[in-house]
Ligand binder design. Sequence first.
Ligand code: MOS
Length: 749
Amino acid sequence: MAMDTLPHAAGIIGAVVPRIDGPLKTTGTARYAVDHNFPGLAHAVAVQSTVGSGSIRTLDTAAAEKMPGVLLVLHHGNMKGAYRLFPHQDDATISEARPPFEDEKIYYWGQFVALVVAETLEQANAAASAVRVEYDVQTPDVRTDLSAGFTGTRQSSWKRGDPDQALTTAPVVVDETYSTPVETHNPMEMHGTVAVWEGDHLTLYESSQGVVNHRIVMAEVLGVPRENVRVISRFIGSGFGGKLFPWPQSTLAAVAARNLKRPVKLSVDRRMMFSNVGHRPHTQQRIRLGATPDGKLTAIRHDFFTETSMLDDFVEHCGEQTPFLYSCPNLEVTTGMVRRNVGAPAPMRGPGAVPGLFALESAMDELAIKLKMDPLELRLKNDAERDEGTNRPFSSRHLKECYLTGAEKIGWKQRTPEPGSMRRDGKYIGWGLAGASWAAARIPCTATVELCPNGRICVRCATQDIGTGTYTIFAQVMHAKTGVPLDRIDVFLGDTSLPDGPTSGGSMVTSAVLPAATSAANEAVTRLLNIATLTAGSPFAGAKADTLTVSHARIHAKDQPASSGIAFEEVIRMANLSDITAAGKTIPSWEDPKARDYSMHSFGAHFAEVEWEPEIARIRVSRIFSIFDCGRIINKGAGANQILGAAVMGVGMALFEDTVHDPRTGQPINGSFADYLVTTCADLPALDVTFLDYPDLLVNEYGARGIGEIGMAGVAPAITSAVYHATGIRVRDLPIRIEDLLQSKILEA
Ligand code: MOS
């Protein structure tokens, strides 16, 4: 859409607005982390462990050090100046607590054991392959059965009523176990760092979802004051959660650069992405549901195992949505954390909710079948009007309408429940649905707005745009408040020298930045209007500021058209000001007396259709309708992109993604794009996104809630339920495999 066709002023909120940073990306002008080069830049390559458990017996760098161009080989024998972050520090999070090369121990295959730095990347690569390491090897534990060898204690949460008693007496019970595999984040841009020291000041060019957190962590890890560290991440080729918190490559680049007194660049390659920078961990979840014969839930038990690394306590909170999605008097969630020889897990799009809802929503489908009840009707019958987990009202919940809208779109009334009972064009078709939810909150943020004498507006905030459209959101607010066209609005993000902003995580950035941006813009306009009344020569000198306004980038009397006034920058020039700047701040929802007593969540539903061709055992996802209640959508273009992209990842979760660790070595054996399958365009069905667009005014003045992660929740169970409907096969262990479907009794075409 051309800029001049955009609706003016306030109408820009909620419109389809092309990303203002789009041209920078499509022309290759945008520079990502490792696109930065400096005079004297040295190149680093990490050496990875070839065993999954054990310790380094000998590490021989002699040959590597003699090779051309080699400047430094770092390893546990000579590593200095990398410290642990204080455990559970409340304002900072790191991915791996153990600093790289802290000792000779090996905890997972691919762990960095040495770093070679050379004049060129080729020299560093060559020398890295000449580092000789011998290990005392132990058999890595990468068992995929998470109950195997579990000796820990289970944590109970959300308990209400007496679920065990209720399950004993329930007339209808479902008791099944579901599992989800390790999924690897595969953002287009891989992790990478360029570290530049100037004296004792460090600048890190990173691909980070949270520059402010990254700065605090790296200051602690490197033992330098916070104010000496600057982290820059202006463009990010996405992260999906894998770039929320710093990884060892950042520490290594900084330490090497400090040793050499030269800038150092270190990239994580695609193969390393599968071992060194996080993944969604395995989950294994037993769901027990009790119900009355007419389909009212009487008990829910959600008992799950989640896998973590040997050293870091990461929990995939599979039970987070379970306490409030349905109304049910008796409920308990328990968690068992299981250690394996894998790298530290990390949040991945919709952590907890995505695997958790795969299990819960699959079990709901199975319950509907047992009850001989429509799965849609079962959802509607058990919909919660209040958050029964926290016993608080929802700020805004329209899940029922999501279901009813989706049912209308796919034509649910025509659905016949028997597996294999629906045909189209010679294929069997199956329909399935599932609900989705994700937490919302207003997290803290600060921002400044500067009205400039050249007629431009500058907005500054140390959050970052991970590809989701955050630059554009700021520009939309400025345009809405002033009418200054988007091409005269400069948004500066992704740099810790800017006012503190939130980590791009938890789908909470838009709801966090809106109040800060809005209040800064309002305050800047108030100051501008005051200056207009106080400045000699201004046509509004002596007027009352509250009779004036700004629109179409002009100051004018509220009761007169914009054309009667003057361009806003003229007043700034007349007053001889360098600019008019104001700061804005977002008060977090939990400190807001109006908001804190509410349960805030986004909701949604996916309706999936699959086609089944039994003769060739082919399953295709042919349609997905996604209906979402995420508050007011600020940018319908970027917002729809979020749900579409998440649905694509959901198709991958259902059909393809599975990081397989070799039981002998612990190596991710399909750690490449040749072997690790992700959804491609050829696998994709027609996707259809609908937003209900009800403003949630407890979250912010525009009513925008979280949107990024929720789109992935519910896709996989909608697909496996559709697969059951088409084939009669219930897949409880993702991904769906042809071997599973070959068991189908529905064979005749
Ligand atoms: Mo999200 S997994 O918090 O990037």
